[in-house]
Design a protein around this ligand. Structure first.
Ligand code: KG4
Ligand code: ZN
Length: 351
């Protein structure tokens, strides 16, 4: 098969990202513009501000990427874009841009599921993973354990019953007076915290087969601790660091334990960990330590491909395109609440 040049576009939340991917040579280049500074003062992402900023940044970023790589827009074979899940206004910006550009160039557009792209991101750096494998997808909006039989065949075997792991980090950071996004902030503060100064409950059900997560009790428990320590005038810098340590440890332990249960239950020899929380150093080392003893391979994308990026969108677009799944009707549909086990249903329905 001749090589295909795919433009990837990601605008599902607060990152505007573009990428060029060659189906034979791999990733050519990718760019991420983070809107963190725009949202920081509000302590979280403001959807309307996110959409408006995507409108401003996306087209110049596409232009810059194409020029920088010495390609022409006419070299493109398809345009892959995130169609869901995510913020509806933000997704619409990417969808309008991708479909408009694809229509004007007479090439197909390829709608991509954001979480599937996170799941496949490690394949930007390595050829394959042993199938079936377990994927732990941990981001600001999702915490999912997925049994992957093959590319496109995803069964959700565990998920969060309330907050996502990234959301737990972000809300915990707010309670500790830290900036958004909370994951990296909590990790940084936890480095000067001490083990054992505080402990938080691990939301682990006694039923060893249960693979669901729950983080809202943990967050409430942190809130009560913080309020009490403030009343007692003990909420010092060292105390905040100790709380960050214990809070991060509780989230990480819960993710590691449920992934371990999933690996035992399904009996696989590979685990992929992806999504923004996958950048967490403690999570990475505890996963490696746990599974190394059991000869289970643990695969993480490198840090730049853990958090939102368009390289993973273009890569997934390349697979979809080669499967013959693309959109030549240029329908501008997005699905903010798209479930990963309904990828084909949704694509077929939108034809
Ligand atoms: O995948 P992502 O970039 O965007 C979504 O699709 O949500 O994930 C963002 C989430 C945020 O909640 C952020 O706090 C968390 O990932 N995150 C981290 C780390 N880096 C990002 N959480 C823990 N440790 C990190 N180092
Ligand atoms: Zn994401």
């Amino acid at each position: 098969m001749t090589s295909l040049l795919i433009l990837g576009i990601e605008t599902s939340c607060d990152e505007t990202a573009t990428a060029l991917y060659d189906s034979e040579k791999g990733l050519i280049s990718h760019k991420v513009f983070s809107q963190i500074d725009l949202h920081k003062q509000y302590g979280g992402v403001v959807p309307e501000l996110a959409s408006r900023d995507h409108v401003k940044k996306l087209l110049p970023m596409v232009d810059h990427l194409i020029n920088e790589t010495g390609k022409s827009i006419n070299d493109l074979d398809a345009i892959a874009y995130t169609a869901g899940p995510g913020l509806s206004g933000a997704l619409l910006v990417g969808s309008v841009m991708a479909n408009g550009l694809a229509f004007s160039l007479g090439i197909p557009s390829v709608p991509i599921h954001h979480m599937e792209a996170h799941l496949l991101a490690p394949l930007l750096e390595q050829d394959s993973a042993n199938m079936p494998f377990i994927a732990l997808l941990v981001s600001g909006g999702h915490t999912l354990l997925i049994k992957v039989e093959s590319k496109g065949d995803y069964e959700i075997i565990g998920q969060t019953l309330d907050d996502a792991a990234g959301e737990a980090f972000d809300k915990g950071a707010k309670l500790l007076g830290l900036a958004y996004p909370g994951g990296p902030e909590i990790s940084r503060l936890a480095e000067s915290g001490s083990q054992g100064a505080f402990t938080f409950p691990r939301p682990l059900s006694k039923d060893k087969k249960n693979l669901d997560f729950s983080f809202s009790g943990l967050k409430t428990s942190l809130m009560y601790r913080v309020n009490q320590l403030k009343l007692d005038e003990l909420f010092t810098d060292q105390c905040r660091a100790d709380l960050a340590f214990a809070y991060e440890e509780a989230i990480v332990d819960s993710l590691v334990e449920k992934t371990h249960r999933a690996v035992k239950k399904i009996n696989v020899d590979s685990v992929i960990i992806a999504g923004g929380v996958g950048a967490n150093k403690k999570l990475r080392s505890k996963m490696l330590e746990t599974f190394h003893k059991k000869s289970v391979e643990v695969i993480f994308p490198s840090l730049e491909f853990c958090t939102d990026n368009a390289a993973m969108i273009a890569l997934t677009g390349s697979y979809r395109f080669q499967q013959g799944i693309h959109n030549e009707n240029y329908q501008i549909t997005v699905n903010p609440r798209w479930s990963i086990d309904k990828i084909y249903e949704e694509i077929n329905a939108n034809g």
